[in-house]
Ligand binder design. Structure first.
Ligand SMILES: NC(=O)c1ccc[n+]([C@@H]2O[C@H](COP(=O)([O-])OP(=O)(O)OC[C@H]3O[C@@H](n4cnc5c(N)ncnc54)[C@H](OP(=O)(O)O)[C@@H]3O)[C@@H](O)[C@H]2O)c1
Length: 289
């Protein structure tokens, strides 16, 4: 299937839906008992189904997730893919970023990354130094775009003031339950400043992918979609928002792909925003800094 893209006024564009790789190959460290074939097959299947946006990070399974992604995409035309990786906050010195990017590119077996994100801010390392490294990676052609993750608007503006390139994306924890991006003004900031908000954890690890929440069940019934499809579609129905979900289950992947290519009425987007029960004001993964 063709996954639509969203385009910013600057011309930057990326698919509205992609796949994540947190828990591919392990967790914070590599799991020696991991079923690598299952992870690789899930990514291959997603790519065969039309997914191009693949999100990973140097810290996922301590680099092993990137190796598995690399194995899964070997032989796929590079321009068919939109590969995103992230530099860990402890590596944000100039030399740290250059070496982390080279490491990710090597493990993935590609020549460049479509988007490289600072995984989270590190107030202990000067932003000017980090952004100088990001600019250098752009000049070397190792990355095509610069982004950040888990950044509050003020810090994103600070980062932008230290680079001559545009920061095109901020990847944050955002879904029907976790609303920090709204409360701390990230959504508005992204929409007003031509920045893509990449919403991670769209189905909140499956909590939003099952019946039991009457408002979600009602919307699922109205649109003839599943709960997960409503949760994902709610995100991408909003201007400047795209999302990515991780699944190693082919049925879940097909379900999640069924969240794209149609739209909810705006009034329903707003009803879900205002009335969804149990909203959390702060992320329990990475509070915005
Ligand atoms: N920048 C950051 O700090 C940050 C933080 C967290 C995540 N991320 C990125 O965002 C990606 C997505 O977030 P996430 O993986 O944390 O959360 P998620 O996509 O909301 O949830 C993934 C979990 O939900 C299950 N799932 C997915 N679709 C489902 C469906 N249709 N029905 C039932 N269960 C379903 C998956 O299990 P199955 O495999 O069994 O389907 C998996 O356990 C990550 O993989 C990672 O790449 C970034």
């Amino acid at each position: 299937m063709r996954i639509p893209k969203k385009r910013l006024r600057s011309g930057f564009e990326m698919p509205v839906f992609g796949i994540g790789t947190w828990k591919v190959g392990g967790g914070a460290v590599r799991d020696p008992l991991n079923d690598d074939k299952k992870d690789i097959d899930a990514i291959k299947w997603a790519v065969a189904m039309g997914v191009s946006h693949i999100d990973t990070a140097e810290i996922y399974a301590d680099g092993y997730a990137e190796i598995l992604v690399g194995k899964a995409v070997r032989g796929v035309k590079r321009e068919r893919l939109f590969i995103v990786s992230k530099v860990a906050p402890q590596n944000l010195t100039y030399d740290g970023i250059i070496s982390s990017a080279r490491g990710s590119i090597g493990r993935l077996g590609v020549k460049y990354l479509d988007l490289y994100l600072i995984h989270a801010p590190n107030p202990g390392i000067p932003m000017r130094e980090s952004m100088r490294a990001m600019d250098s990676l752009m000049e070397q052609g190792l990355i095509r775009n610069i982004g950040v993750s888990n950044f509050a608007p003020g810090r994103l503006e600070e980062a932008q003031s230290h680079t001559k390139n545009r920061i095109v994306a901020n990847q944050v924890h955002y879904n029907l339950i976790v609303r920090e991006a709204e409360r701390k003004g990230v959504l508005r900031h992204c929409q007003d400043n031509d920045i893509m908000l990449i919403a991670y954890r769209p189905v909140e690890l499956g909590r939003l992918a099952r019946p039991g929440i009457p408002l979600l069940d009602g919307m699922a019934g109205k649109y003839g979609k599943s709960q997960a499809q409503i949760a994902i579609n709610w995100l991408i129905s909003q201007p400047s928002v795209v999302t990515l979900s991780k699944t190693s289950n082919i049925n879940h992947l097909m379900e999640n792909l069924g969240a794209v290519g149609w739209g909810m009425e705006n009034s329903d987007v707003e009803t879900l925003r205002a009335s969804f029960p149990g909203q959390q004001a702060v992320s329990d993964v990475a509070p915005l800094m």
